[in-house]
Design a protein around this ligand. Structure first.
Ligand SMILES: NC(=O)C1=CN([C@@H]2O[C@H](COP(=O)(O)OP(=O)(O)OC[C@H]3O[C@@H](n4cnc5c(N)ncnc54)[C@H](O)[C@@H]3O)[C@@H](O)[C@H]2O)C=CC1
Ligand SMILES: O=C(O)C1=N[C@H](C(=O)O)C[C@H](O)C1
Length: 269
């Protein structure tokens, strides 16, 4: 039997699911042992490689997450909030590392993930790329250096299928900016301006979301002062970036104590 860690991919037919399967199959450091989808998916029961339009991979798509997790050392999960909360409990039961890329979770869902992390190793990040995680550090540094005369605005752009806003990345950047300023994001967050909004409140952190076409993911953190603007920008042009980061997290998580980690832990930033 192979010693390489076995990985299950949830949301196998999704944009990220398919990218993750290709990344795991191409890696020499792990093996694909499971592919999970919703019961209603027409991929259930099919070989996941064939369902993706390629050669058979010897892994059948299943809706029995617990059975799939019980054969694995890690689950990489880019699905939807409700599903991720359920998978967190099942991954803990199966003693698998749970890598969570899913965004758009509400406070009560995040609380359930935190509870699951008492029993399991969870690595969760709204963005798994090195570039964005480095950008959170830079954002915090710039926010700490400037006073509230510099208005902070976070502008993000994504493809037209994205269902949550602001993006998980935008929120990570907002948290970093708030931390740099020594405030709580929930106290200064201003998202979704529309209509007669009144003048901007000094100290707020604003969020704007663009949705269109096939944009993979773009984020600007703007510090707008009198007579100048500083703009920190990240542009993702390929989803493989996120998949490679997620796989790195799954491998890093092997042997880590239960708890909730993020990509800064994985990348050592
Ligand atoms: N953290 C990061 O670096 C990144 C995070 N994301 C996030 O990942 C998530 C997925 O994104 P996409 O792949 O673009 O979406 P998608 O809609 O293409 O794929 C989601 C997949 O999850 C499946 N799914 C939903 N509920 C399920 C359940 N109960 N059981 C099994 N499968 C289930 C769907 O059927 C679908 O195939 C989003 O929250 C997105 O924001 C996306 C890219 C990078
Ligand atoms: O839904 C996406 O596509 C992406 N989601 C993540 C987010 O919400 O920030 C990461 C990336 O920007 C792509």
């Amino acid at each position: 039997m192979s010693e390489l860690p076995g990985i299950v991919i949830t949301g196998a037919s999704g944009r990220m699911g398919q990218m993750l399967i290709k990344t795991v199959v191409a890696s020499e450091k792990c093996r694909l042992v499971g592919a999970v989808e919703r019961s209603e998916s027409d991929w259930i029961g099919r070989d996941v490689g064939e369902a993706m339009g390629g050669a058979a991979l010897g892994v059948q798509v299943t809706d029995d997450a617990l059975e799939a997790f019980s054969k694995a050392q890690a689950v990489i999960d880019f699905t939807a909030p409700e599903a991720t909360v359920e998978f967190a409990a099942l991954a803990a039961q199966a003693r698998c590392v749970h890598v969570i890329g899913t965004t758009g979770m509400c406070p009560s869902e995040l609380q359930k993930i935190e509870l699951a992390a008492h029993h399991a190793t969870i690595i969760r990040a709204g963005n798994m790329s090195l570039g964005v995680n480095l950008l959170t550090k830079l954002t915090k540094m710039v926010a700490a250096a400037l006073d509230a005369d510099y208005d902070i605005e976070i502008i993000e752009a994504h493809h037209n299928r994205k269902v949550d806003a602001p993006s998980g990345t935008a929120l990570m950047l907002g948290e970093a900016a708030a931390e740099g300023r020594g405030v709580k994001l929930s106290d200064v967050r201003d998202s979704g301006r529309d209509g007669i909004t009144g003048a901007r409140t000094k100290g707020d952190i604003g969020f704007s979301a663009i949705r269109g076409g096939d944009i993979v993911g773009e984020h600007d953190v703007m510090f707008a002062g009198d007579g100048e603007r500083i703009i920190l920008r990240h542009v993702a042009s390929d989803r493989s970036l996120f998949a490679k980061g997620a796989l790195k997290a799954a491998l890093w998580g092997q042997g880590q104590k239960p708890g909730e980690y993020d990509m800064l832990d994985v990348l050592g930033l």
